[in-house]
Design a protein around this ligand. Structure first.
Ligand code: NDP
Ligand code: 8X3
Length: 253
């Protein structure tokens, strides 16, 4: 297995959901952590809670200069990144395409695609040079299976899927691993954000079924990272037992 007790793990979107759960899971190994998110108070609270070395980065991954600068100026003890968990992301709205607000589409593209690109581009040269590293991208079942209202959100996760595969193709021989993790329904702050703070709409998404938890996904993230260094999980798709697929929809006059 890969020894994570001496690893440096860089987690984007560490203030909530999968990112925070993954930080706790990797801290259990004794790993040193770089935790990124916009909510500085949450990052500081997590840093105080965890009994491992933590470097916090309170910034918006849509800000290309800030991201590039943050990676370039990491303190020496945190500069050699072993695992980059590209997790920060969001869905905004579930409206049909003709009724969406272009600002919401921009927010998803800028965060889920461009922010993920900026972090990856910053972390990769060091990994390739050290012949060691793992990029773990947070995709989604929404990048593979269509659903009404998934329009640009699903499109951004399809980007994550193909970007991950292309990186695998390019990094062959470098020993750097790339994994796309594709969860289905998981109860985090995801739906509260999607419904712009409407907690009752968010609760309805998970009513009467057992969704995945953030800890479930953190366990999967930890598993792919801890596998022996010669093993690469290309994609990992996870759904709650209570979620599956719909038949094709047919419109009849
Ligand atoms: P949460 O809303 O609980 O967490 C999202 C995290 O992303 C937060 O830490 C948030 O931090 C961070 N984030 C969002 N925008 C930015 C930004 N511009 N800059 C920096 N950080 C940002 O959701 P999840 O934990 O569920 O989601 C994590 C990832 O998993 C996302 O990419 C999501 O698309 C994906 N996913 C979620 C599923 C689910 O059902 N929950 C299923 C499949 C995939 P802050 O607001 O402090 O900046
Ligand atoms: C989140 C899962 O099904 O809500 O990526 O789009 S879903």
């Amino acid at each position: 297995m890969t020894d994570l007790s001496t690893a440096t793990i860089f987690i984007t979107g560490a203030t909530s959901g999968f990112g925070a759960a993954a930080a706790r899971r990797f801290a259990g190994d004794g790993a040193r952590l770089v935790l990124l998110g916009r909510r500085a108070d949450r990052l500081e609270a997590l840093k105080s809670e965890l009994k491992v070395p933590v470097h916090v980065l309170a910034l918006d991954i849509r800000d290309r200069e800030a991201v590039t600068e943050a990676f370039a100026t990491l303190p020496k003890d945190f500069a050699q990144i072993d695992v980059l968990l590209n997790n920060a992301g969001l869905a905004v709205g579930l409206e049909m395409a003709p009724k969406t607000d272009l600002d919401d589409w921009d927010a998803m593209v800028d965060t889920n695609i461009k922010g993920l690109m900026y972090c990856t581009r910053s972390a990769l040269p060091g990994m390739v040079e050290r012949k060691r590293g793992h990029i773990i991208n947070m995709g989604s079942v929404a990048g593979t299976y269509p659903y009404p209202g998934g329009n640009v959100y699903g499109g951004t996760k399809a980007f994550v899927e193909q970007f991950s595969l292309n990186l695998r193709a390019e990094l062959l021989g470098s020993k750097v691993r790339v994994t796309n993790i594709k969860p289905g329904m998981c109860e985090t702050e995801f739906s509260v954000v999607r419904f712009r703070g409407d907690a009752s709409k968010a609760d309805n998404v998970y009513a009467g079924m057992k969704p995945l938890s953030a800890d479930d996904i953190a366990e999967c993230i930890h598993w792919v990272a801890a596998l022996p260094a010669h093993m690469n999980i290309n994609e990992l798709e996870i759904m709650p037992v209570d979620q599956a697929f719909s038949p094709f929809a047919v419109h009849r006059e």
